[in-house]
Design a binder for this molecule. Structure first.
Ligand SMILES: [Zn+2]
Ligand SMILES: [Zn+2]
Length: 301
């Protein structure tokens, strides 16, 4: 059985947090990995409220350095230091991230108790452990900004019952079957396809603050879950363009054209708090399987 990916929305507001919505932060959990995408103000408190342990974070992906996406970093990093965090923490972000991290650690007189490894990523795969990979794509938001994808690769799985029945000896021969190669044992031929089955991978894409642009659709193509910022509805499309943001309608169109399976809207402005349905309908006008994330919502695939 494939391991599940769990997404927890720790913050779903746009620039200004509200009583119901905290600044931007999404936690992606898969096996031993806890990948935090953005860390708005108060994110460490959101971890506590969600009953999650911030010390389990393995990597932080920063979409861009607007304050609503990063104000929680100094607090979270200090808490990790005080809590005996003893792993390497990987922080990835667009151009400028190394300089900003250096300045941030200096301003807050950060006592170095664990290693923070900062990498600037400007497009393409930047982490691959054989099972899954992380990919970035540059967006358009006035300052360097990235969208990210988390992709679990397609796999071949061994049908253990069939292997047991075959009485093949455990070892390299079975390894070959698993790799898709046919084998011969004691004069008899065994075909890989009789012993393995394919397991489809998964793709989760996260497109935060950006102006609509032609790079988005190819980057998020065939996502099982597509998460997008949705700062404006199409009624306010002029402002969306002016402030370099997406409208909910554009998010729906991206989901449809990219053949994604599910759309989750986040980065919700307080101006829509009393008309959330209107904002959602705007996206649904082109893509039906859309929801608006609330703080602490969880999604599993
Ligand atoms: Zn923002
Ligand atoms: Zn922004």
């Amino acid at each position: 059985m494939a391991s599940k990916v769990k997404l927890t929305f720790l913050g779903t507001s746009a620039q200004i947090p509200t009583a119901k919505r905290n600044h931007s932060a999404i936690l992606l959990n898969y096996e031993g990995e806890n990948i935090l995408v953005d860390c708005g103000e108060g994110t460490q408190m959101q971890f506590r409220k969600a009953g999650l342990n911030p010390c389990k974070v393995t990597r932080i992906l920063i979409s861009h350095w607007h304050s609503d996406h990063v104000l929680g970093l100094p607090g979270l990093l200090s808490t990790l230091a005080l809590s005996g965090y003893n792993k390497n923490l990987y922080v990835y972000g667009p151009r400028g991230t190394k300089e900003f991290m250096r300045d941030l650690l200096k301003v807050f007189n950060f006592q170095k108790k664990y290693e923070i490894i900062v990498e600037e990523v400007n497009g393409g795969k930047f982490y691959d452990n054989g099972d899954f990979y992380l990919e970035a794509q540059k967006m358009q938001h006035g300052i360097p900004a990235n969208a990210y994808s988390f992709v679990i690769k397609d796999k071949l799985r061994l049908d253990k019952k069939k292997v047991e029945k075959s009485k093949l000896p455990f070892g390299p021969l079975i390894g070959k079957l698993k790799e898709g190669k046919d084998i011969t044992y004691e004069g008899k031929k065994y075909k890989s396809k009789d012993f393995v089955y394919g397991e489809k991978g998964k793709k989760i894409s996260i497109v935060l603050d950006t102006l609509i642009n032609e790079k988005i659709i190819p980057f998020v193509k065939n996502s099982d879950i597509l998460i997008t910022e949705s700062s404006f509805s199409s009624e306010n499309s002029v402002e969306a363009k002016e402030h370099l943001h997406l409208t909910a309608k554009q998010c729906g169109e991206i989901a449809k054209k990219s053949k994604s399976s599910k759309l989750i809207l986040t980065h919700i402005s307080q101006r829509y708090e009393n008309n959330i349905k209107g904002l959602l309908d705007d996206a649904k006008s082109s893509f039906k399987n859309a929801v608006i994330a609330e703080d602490f919502d969880e999604f599993k695939i």
